[in-house]
Design a protein around this ligand. Structure first.
Ligand SMILES: NC(=O)C1=CN([C@@H]2O[C@H](COP(=O)(O)OP(=O)(O)OC[C@H]3O[C@@H](n4cnc5c(N)ncnc54)[C@H](OP(=O)(O)O)[C@@H]3O)[C@@H](O)[C@H]2O)C=CC1
Ligand SMILES: CC(=O)N[C@@H](CCC(=O)OP(=O)(O)O)C(=O)O
Length: 346
C-alpha cells in the first residue's frame, strides 16, 4: 500500500521531523508540504540535514492556501494552536488527519476555555497507543489528536502505577525538563520563559509557567482520571533545559500501600511487555534523554520511596520523536492498519 501524506507546518520543528520520517516510510509518499513565512523556500535551506534525501530533493514549501493538501490520503498538522483547527475544518472528511498540537486533545469544552480560551474545536481520540483501549479507538478513527511531549512522558511513566491502584493520581507532583526545540522554531510563550535567545537557553536551567499554568496539565489529568475514574490532580513544574532536544519527566506519586521497587517494576514490565517503543531500564539505571534522540523510544525507571510513602517514576523521550512526529506516524500506522513500527525503526 502507498499512501500520500501531506504535512502542514513542515518548516517547523515537528514538521521537519515528520518530513524525515515520511520520506523514509515504506508505505507513505510525501504530498504537499506547507509553511507560512517560509513558503517558496527549499526544504534544504530550512532543514539542511534533509538535503539530498530521496523524495525531498528539489522540494520547496507550499503555501497553505491553494496547496495540494486536499489530494492527500493522510495529513499531519504540525501547526500552532488554533491554526490546526482551522486547517482541519477545510479538509474533506475522506482525508485522515493527525493533529500534533493541542486543538483537539481536550474532551471538556470548559477545560479548554480555562486552559487556552478561544474557539473550542471539539475533541478527537487521544492517540497515545500504549494507554489501555487506545489502539482500538485509533484504529476506528479517521482523526487523531496526539499528546503533547510533556503528557507523553508523564503518562507513560505514571499510567501503569495509577491504573494498578498502587499509586494515587490525586496528588501527583511532576517536574519536566524540556529541550528548547519543544518550544518550536518561533518559541511559544517566549516571554513567560524569559526569552528565546541563545544566551537564555544555553546558559541556564529555568522554570516557566509555574503554579499550574502549563497547557499539558489538563490533558494529563484527563487521561489519568480515565484510568481509574478518580479525579487526578497534578502539580507540574516545567523547566527549560540547556539542550536542543529531549524531555525528562520526573513524577512523584503517593503510594496507596506498602510496596517495593521490585513490585513497581513488575507493573511497568507487565503493561509494556509487548510494546515496541517502551523500555524499562535495568534496575538502578535511570533514563537519559541522550539515548532517545532521533528515535520513537521511551525509556523508563521506577523506585519506591518508603520513607516518604511515595514512588518516583522517570521517563525520557525525544520531544520531536515519541513526543511529536514519531508518535504521529505510529498513530497513522495504526489508523491505516499498517505495521505499527513501519518507518519508525531507523
Ligand atoms: N516542538 C515539540 O516538541 C512539539 C510540538 N507539538 C505541537 O506541534 C505543533 C507544531 O509545533 P512546532 O513544530 O514546535 O512549531 P514551530 O514553530 O517550529 O513550527 C510551526 C509551523 O507552523 C507554520 N505556521 C505558523 N503560523 C502559521 C499559520 N498562521 N498558518 C499556517 N502555518 C503556520 C510554521 O511556518 P513558518 O515556519 O513557515 O512560519 C511552521 O511550519 C504545535 O501545535 C505544538 O504544540 C507537539 C509535541 C511536541
Ligand atoms: C520549552 C517549551 O516551551 N516547551 C513547550 C512544549 C509544549 C508541548 O508539549 O507541546 P504542545 O504545545 O503540543 O503541548 C511548552 O512548554 O509550551
Amino acid at each position: 500500500m502507498e499512501l500520500v501524506a501531506g504535512v502542514a507546518g513542515a518548516s517547523g520543528e515537528a514538521g521537519g521531523e515528520l518530513l524525515r520520517l515520511v520520506a523514509g516510510h515504506p508505505h507513505l509518499r510525501l504530498g504537499a508540504i506547507t509553511a507560512n513565512s517560509q513558503v517558496g523556500q527549499p526544504v534544504s535551506e530550512v532543514h539542511p540535514a534533509l538535503a539530498g534525501r530521496p523524495g525531498l530533493a528539489d522540494r520547496v514549501f507550499d503555501s497553505p492556501d491553494g496547496s495540494d493538501l486536499g489530494d492527500s490520503d493522510l495529513v499531519f498538522l504540525a501547526l500552532p494552536r488554533g491554526e490546526a483547527a482551522v486547517m482541519a475544518g477545510k479538509l474533506p472528511a475522506s482525508i485522515r488527519v493527525v493533529d500534533l498540537g493541542p486543538d483537539h486533545r481536550l474532551t471538556d469544552g470548559s477545560v479548554w476555555a480555562r486552559t487556552y480560551g478561544g474557539p473550542y474545536a471539539g475533541s478527537w481520540p487521544y492517540a497515545l497507543p500504549e494507554l489501555p483501549g487506545a489502539r482500538a479507538r485509533i484504529g476506528a478513527s479517521s482523526r487523531l489528536a496526539t499528546p503533547s511531549c510533556y503528557a507523553t512522558a508523564v503518562l507513560l511513566g505514571s499510567a501503569p502505577l495509577v491504573r494498578a491502584g498502587i499509586a494515587g493520581a490525586d496528588d501527583a507532583v511532576v517536574t519536566v525538563l524540556a529541550g528548547s526545540s519543544s518550544a518550536g522554531r518561533t518559541g511559544r510563550s517566549t516571554q513567560a520563559k524569559g526569552g528565546h535567545l541563545g544566551s537564555v537557553i544555553s546558559a541556564a536551567m529555568r522554570g516557566y509557567q509555574v503554579g499550574g499554568e502549563h497547557g499539558s496539565i489538563p490533558e494529563i489529568e484527563q487521561e489519568l482520571t480515565a484510568l481509574t475514574d478518580r479525579q487526578a490532580r497534578l502539580s507540574l513544574v516545567p523547566v527549560l533545559a540547556p539542550t536542543p532536544r529531549g524531555i525528562l519527566a520526573i513524577c512523584s506519586l503517593p503510594l496507596t500501600r506498602e510496596t517495593t521497587t521490585e513490585e513497581l517494576r513488575k507493573l511497568l514490565t507487565q503493561m509494556y511487555l509487548d510494546e515496541p517503543f517502551v523500555r524499562l531500564m535495568r534496575e538502578g539505571r535511570w533514563p537519559a534523554t541522550s539515548a532517545c534522540i532521533g528515535t520513537n523510544i521511551a525509556l523508563l525507571q521506577v523506585a519506591a520511596d518508603p520513607h516518604a510513602d511515595r514512588c518516583v517514576v522517570m521517563c525520557a523521550i525525544d520531544n520531536l520523536g515519541k513526543g511529536a512526529a514519531g508518535q504521529a506516524v505510529q498513530g497513522a500506522n495504526l489508523m491505516f492498519g499498517l505495521p505499527e513500527i513501519a518507518g519508525l525503526q531507523a
